[in-house]
Structures are given as structure tokens and as C-alpha cells.
Design a protein around this ligand. Structure first.
Ligand code: KG4
Ligand code: ZN
Length: 351
């Protein structure tokens, strides 16, 4: 079965071809027009997707050596994301499917991230045999979920303010780094001392409050942002410049500590044997190392996506569509699926 996947929910325009369950092509164009604004400008993102979508889809077909008429299914992100940006890819994909008379599968972007560690480049299925705990960390989302074999899941924790990726991007902006700052903090942190300054780890066992956060799987990163801002105000610029790698390592350590502690605690509480991590922040080398070590210590198997499938990409959309089809989770005549902006967890039995 040949599935064309389309992804335009934020600032990556992407198209991918999945043939026989294997990724045949995954073309991603990352928009550069937002650099001067310190964040993604929704209107610019939509216009850029509109300008690129046809050529990106053409490139994905060409690279996979497949023609439009050989497509069996067309899939696209229906949300969550920037609504105008989602609409560009969704309308393009719905229109194409309708014109070709082929089924259209709307995909939830967050669910596609959850299953991205199991994207296959070589037809060998890697998925865990039982339930697993998924940590999904991106610029827009931070959530922990218990995921079942039938693709249903329960969200057990979410951020109550900023997403983990935002924590990287916003503290990075304060340090004078460009957008997105996550990869740059990651790079700087490699030469820094994570023990240079202890930034707060909110809602964890080390939180400086009398409340117990055992079995609380929600996250909060806004206090970290305030703490970095306050610390920067207390130190002169030359000191900060000199210690940029140390500050980056300390910020990264604070974020990673929280993510690892909660993920392991969730896995233990729910008695699963495997953990997965996905979303843009799963590209972070500090997180990959720390989570890997924690999983080893706790006898848990860890699934991480290939770097290419950590940040937004259409291979995960096509793969998710394939999984949905294999589990009978598709609606006929979905050509008029409406886009949505916010993440609405589907939950067990809701499909
Ligand atoms: O999944 P993604 O591409 O888009 C969303 O759905 O949000 O995630 C983008 C986020 C950004 O916040 C970016 O700073 C972060 O992922 N990111 C990283 C790294 N690479 C990307 N954060 C930390 N370390 C990285 N290496
Ligand atoms: Zn994403």
C-alpha cells in the first residue's frame, strides 16, 4: 500500500511516501522566515506552506519513484497546530484524495509523534509487545501517556504552562540565542558544567514546597523561565557570555531531570516494560543519554525515534495513517475533515 503523508502544522512543510510499511521518501523544508521574530509567525507560516506544498509533495513522489495514480491513501495532519498552517496541508491533501478518488486519513499530529519511534526504514517492526509509557516533548506539547497495543492511550500528565521545547526556546532567547534555541542549547551544553547553577525542577520530588509530587505527572516550566531571567539580572553580561556553556548545561539539566524523573515514575506506577520518547525535544542529546541510563537502571526498554523523525516530519503522518488503517481506525469519506488547533486526547475507547 502506498501512503502519501502531508505535514504542515507549524513551520515545517513536509511530504513523505510510505510503501509496504517502509519510508520511501521524507522531504522536509524548515521555514527560515521566522528567525528575526524569535518565534513562528502564524501568517508567514501559512503563506510559506502554500508556496511550497506542491513542490514538496512532487519531490516526495519523485524520490519514491511513485506517480499520483499509484497512491492508495492520502493522509495529512488535521491538528493540533497553527490553524492556518494546518489548513494548507489538510486542504491540499483532502483535495488531492478527492480528485483521485482515494481514501483520505486525517491524522492527529501528537499521536503521530507518539508512534514516531516505530517508523520503519527497513520493514522490521520495532514496536514494544505490550503497553508502554510515552513522553512526547515538542515546542507545543509536553505529555506523558500510557499507550496500548490498539493505539488507544490515556494521558496521565501534561504541562500546565510552557512546553519543554518552549522552555528551551524561551530561556535560549534570554541568553541571546536564535530561534529555535533547543538545538543550540544542546550544542553549548556539551562543553558546560550542569552543576554550575541549580535552576528549579518544578513539581518534582526536589521541589522546594511542602507538597508531595509523587505520582503527579504534570509539568511546569514557567518558573524555570522566571528563574533564568532573575539569575541573568543578577550577573553582568561579560560573566554570562563567559559562562554560556555552563548556563546552557544547567538549564538543560533542569529540564531533563524533570522529564526523566516523571517518565520513570510513570513507568513504575503503571507497571510497563517499555518507555518511548518523541517530539522535537527528543533530539536532545542530554535527554537521550539521561533517559537511556535511567531506563537501564530500572530494567525498562527505551524506544527513541531516528533524529530525522524527532522534529516535525511527514513520515510520521504516513506511518500513523498506516497504523490506523491496520487497526480499522478510519472513517470513510473523510474529505471534509475540519482542522483543529488544540490537542484533544482521544483516550481509550474513543476511536
Ligand atoms: O516536534 P517539533 O519539531 O515541533 C512541534 O511540534 O513543536 O519540536 C520543535 C521543538 C523546538 O522547541 C526546538 O527547540 C526543540 O523541539 N528541539 C530541541 C532540540 N531539537 C529541537 N530541544 C532541545 N534539544 C534539541 N537538540
Ligand atoms: Zn510536532
Amino acid at each position: 500500500m502506498n501512503i502519501l503523508g502531508i505535514e504542515t502544522s507549524c513551520d515545517e512543510t513536509s511530504a513523505a511516501l510510505l510503501g509496504g510499511g517502509v519510508v520511501l521518501s521524507n522531504v522536509v523544508s524548515s521555514q527560515r522566515c521566522h528567525g528575526d521574530f524569535g518565534g513562528v509567525v502564524p501568517e508567514l507560516a501559512s503563506r510559506e506552506h502554500e508556496r511550497l506544498i506542491v513542490s514538496i509533495a512532487d519531490a516526495a513522489l519523485k524520490e519514491a519513484n511513485i506517480t499520483k495514480n499509484e497512491l492508495d491513501v492520502i493522509a495529512a495532519t488535521a491538528g493540533p497546530g497553527l490553524i492556518g498552517a494546518v489548513m494548507v496541508g489538510l486542504c491540499f491533501a483532502e483535495g488531492l484524495a478527492w480528485a483521485l478518488g482515494k481514501p483520505f486519513v486525517p491524522v492527529n499530529h501528537v499521536e503521530a509523534h507518539i508512534f514516531s519511534p516505530f517508523i520503519s526504514d527497513d520493514a522490521s517492526s520495532l514496536a514494544p509487545a505490550g503497553d508502554f509509557v510515552s513522553l512526547t516533548v515538542s515546542g507545543g506539547h509536553t505529555l506523558l501517556a500510557v499507550v496500548h497495543q490498539d493505539l488507544s492511550y490515556e494521558v496521565i500528565g501534561r504541562t500546565i504552562d510552557d512546553a519543554a521545547g518552549e522552555a528551551f526556546d524561551k530561556t535560549g532567547k534570554m541568553l541571546g540565542l536564535g530561534y529555535p534555541a533547543g538545538p543550540e542549547i544542546d550544542r553549548l551544553a556539551r562543553d558546560g558544567d550542569p552543576g554550575f547553577h541549580r535552576f528549579p525542577r518544578a513539581l518534582t520530588s526536589s521541589s522546594q514546597t511542602s507538597r508531595s509530587y509523587r505520582n503527579n505527572f504534570d509539568f511546569s516550566f514557567s518558573g524555570l523561565k522566571t528563574s533564568v531571567h532573575t539569575w541573568l539580572g543578577q550577573h553582568d553580561r561579560s560573566f554570562v557570555e563567559r559562562h554560556l556553556p555552563d548556563i546552557a548545561a544547567s538549564v538543560q539539566d533542569a529540564i531533563v531531570d524533570v522529564l526523566v524523573e516523571k517518565t520513570i515514575a510513570a513507568a513504575r506506577l503503571h507497571g510497563v516494560d517499555a518507555v518511548s520518547v518523541a517530539g522535537g525535544v527528543s533530539a536532545n542529546s542530554g535527554l537521550r543519554t539521561a533517559l537511556g541510563e535511567a531506563c537501564r537502571r530500572n530494567g525498562l526498554e527505551l524506544f527513541v525515534p531516528d533524529m530525522a523523525y524527532s522534529t516535525d516530519n511527514a513520515a510520521m503522518i504516513a506511518t500513523m495513517a498506516g497504523l490506523m488503517i491496520s487497526r480499522g481506525r478510519v472513517t470513510a469519506n473523510a474529505y471534509d475533515t475540519a482542522p483543529f488547533a488544540r490537542f484533544i486526547p482521544a483516550g481509550r475507547g474513543a476511536h
